[in-house]
Design a protein around this ligand. Structure first.
Ligand code: 5RP
Length: 265
């Protein structure tokens, strides 16, 4: 691994804990103005100080994010279909040159294992890694789940392992029963996506379980920005990921910050 790649990766997965709290706000690239992100600038600005890395598209980065933020950037570089079309019909949409110009610390794209265009998306991941390697740019592979696919350890394990074999530097996937088996079979760090909004305590429990079973952090969206207390929620997630908090401790943080707003430190 080159100095540049290691240096960039250290801006995402923090060397102090070996973990990361990434905030995923890329949903609009196929869903449009998602609940919680309609006014995306107002939604994400208060969360950025608590985020290690923003997972975002170039369009939202350019228009809605202050360039002086401390959080690093992982740029979504794949897209194509909308929610109305065949989701696996993705290609690379953002160049490596653009990622470098935007000072990204990483680039991310989805692979659709088991879906109509799985072969093209997996081949595209290989091509993205080929190019990223030339510039020392870490690649995040996202194991997107087709409508018919079960989110179980067998399927997610298959998708994560393929991503690692293609050369991804880290992988994002969903939590499932026997998540440790997915981690065991994947030789690069795994970050957990949150998935659909669930009650806050359940999302904290899921995060706790994922970390206990070997995840290197989260790249979470809806369970933060759709919460009734997004800043409290991201802080509670941080407490589990970076400070080893229990679910009760993290939930107390989330609850107590409703009455006592957290100060930016
Ligand atoms: C969409 C993505 C999202 O970034 C990912 O799903 C994380 O967000 P959430 O926690 O809301 O699931 O890659 O394709």
């Amino acid at each position: 691994m080159s100095f540049g790649l290691k240096n960039r990766l250290s801006k995402i997965i923090k060397p102090q804990t070996g973990k990361t709290v990434m905030l995923a706000v890329d949903h609009g690239y196929f869903q449009g103005p998602t609940t919680g992100l309609r006014d995306i600038k107002s939604a994400i600005t208060p969360l950025i100080p608590y985020t290690d890395c923003l997972f975002i598209t170039r369009g939202i980065l350019r228009t809605c994010v202050d360039p002086s933020i401390d959080a690093s950037i992982c740029l979504r570089v794949s897209g194509g279909p909308s929610i109305l079309g065949e989701l696996s019909n993705e290609d690379i949409t953002t160049s490596m040159e653009e990622a470098l110009r935007l000072n990204a610390s990483g680039v991310g794209m989805s692979i659709f294992v088991g879906a109509q265009n799985e072969d093209r998306t997996i081949a595209n991941l290989g091509k993205l890694v080929n190019e990223a390697q030339r510039y020392g740019m870490p690649v995040l592979a996202i194991t997107a789940v087709g409508k018919e696919m079960a989110r179980d350890a067998r399927y997610l394990g298959l998708a994560c392992r393929i991503a690692a074999e293609m050369g991804a530097d880290f992988v994002k996937t969903y939590y499932c029963d026997e998540f440790y088996k997915v981690v065991e079979g994947c030789p690069v760090p795994i970050v957990m996506a949150g998935g659909k909004k669930i009650p806050e305590r359940d999302a904290l429990q899921m995060t706790f379980n994922a970390i206990k079973e070997g995840a290197s952090g989260v790249d979470m969206g809806r369970n933060i920005f759709q919460s009734d207390n997004p800043v409290g929620m991201i802080n509670a997630i941080r407490a589990i990921v970076h400070d080893g908090a229990t679910v009760d401790e993290a939930y107390d943080l989330y609850e107590s910050s409703k009455s006592q707003p957290i100060e930016v430190g």
